[in-house]
Design a protein around this ligand. Structure first.
Ligand SMILES: NC(=O)c1ccc[n+]([C@@H]2O[C@H](COP(=O)([O-])OP(=O)(O)OC[C@H]3O[C@@H](n4cnc5c(N)ncnc54)[C@H](OP(=O)(O)O)[C@@H]3O)[C@@H](O)[C@H]2O)c1
Length: 296
């Protein structure tokens, strides 16, 4: 594959992460085919990933060198309410994509989460014991296991809470804090759980670097992890937004109690990536300023 322009199939291409991945890889002049479900526009292909036959036909038609599987239900509250439907997408569809990737010889890069950990003993190494606290984390862990069973050469990339350019502020667990800040309504925001937010562009560039190494013939498989380099509570993120945009924050009260079914500090060890020379981090203040400016 060394000198070939890779053909990349990206699922979840209409989502927060997938939009950035498509944009970054297209800018590198790679041959990118984006797949969406309800938000099909700007050249994306519609496919319901829970329809196994449709997925098989899509991969057969596109014949991708690489599949980036980013589609998932990732709102923990939705997963608690719609567990069975979520299992079909997060676990069963991931397993099927992995099995078709294996059959066609496509390299699979599957996206997972820090929520596979319980957050009690960070930083977590790639092979540390997983213990998801909520159903979302459970489905993502089961997906990882199914992917590696069906396609042992797959790469899994675990990422932390993400932010980036949003279609609505509620799209990201980070940008939604800006709604609370702007509203002036008295609100409580967690000053307990710790997060290492990452900009979606950084994750997209990490994928580009990983795939570039694979294209050059490097054998990479198994679990990789990325965490942003700044550890912040949601209250601290809100204060940063307040400072950047000179907005009052006296209506925001920090909460020191543990959130239910959320890991306290799921920071992940990133050395498997940095040992490969792969590291991308946008300073939180710069990244969030750029993402929120259109929402002032
Ligand atoms: N966002 C975070 O903070 C975060 C943190 C850690 C890990 N992750 C992981 O990162 C990945 C990307 O997350 P994200 O934040 O980009 O998610 P997102 O913004 O919620 O997007 C979800 C994507 O999945 C697609 N999708 C949903 N149901 C589908 C179906 N039945 N068939 C085909 N596509 C379907 C959606 O398509 P339509 O909208 O077109 O229907 C959308 O493109 C996920 O694996 C997630 O678990 C995210």
């Amino acid at each position: 594959m060394a000198n070939k322009v890779p053909r990349i199939l990206v699922t979840g291409a209409s989502g927060l992460l997938g939009r950035a991945v498509v944009k970054v890889l297209k800018a590198k002049e790679w041959d990118v085919v984006g797949v969406a479900f309800t938000r099909v526009g700007s050249g994306l292909i519609k496919c319901n990933l829970t329809d196994s036959e449709a997925v098989s036909a899509l991969i057969e038609k596109v014949k991708p060198d690489i599949i980036i599987h980013a589609a998932a239900e990732r709102f923990p509250d939705v997963v608690e309410k719609k567990y069975k439907e979520t299992q079909l997408l997060n676990v069963k569809a991931s397993a099927h994509i992995a099995s078709v990737a294996q059959q066609h010889g496509s390299k699979l890069l599957h996206i997972s989460t820090d929520y596979v950990f319980d957050g009690t003993s960070p930083p977590y190494k790639c092979n540390d014991k997983c213990n998801p606290l909520n159903k979302y984390g459970q489905t993502k862990l089961h997906a990882e296991q199914a992917v590696l069973r069906e396609c042992p050469g797959a790469c899994i990339l675990r990422v932390p809470v993400l932010y980036g350019p949003v279609e609505r502020l509620e799209e990201s667990a980070v940008t939604c804090l800006f709604s609370a800040l702007k509203s002036r309504e008295p609100t409580t925001v967690s000053h307990h759980d710790k997060r290492c937010p990452a900009h979606v562009n950084d994750i997209a560039h990490i994928m580009y670097d990983l795939i570039s190494l694979i294209m050059k013939g490097k054998t990479l498989d198994g679990i990789f992890q990325w965490s942003g380099k700044e550890k912040l509570t949601k209250y601290e993120m809100t204060l940063t937004m307040s400072r950047i945009f000179s907005l009052p924050h006296d209506h925001i009260t920090p909460s020191y109690s543990a959130g239910s079914l959320r890991p306290y500090d799921p920071e992940m060890d990133v050395s498997r990536l940095t040992d490969l020379g792969i590291s991308h981090h946008t300073n939180f203040e710069d990244g969030i300023k750029e993402c929120l400016s259109p929402w002032l």
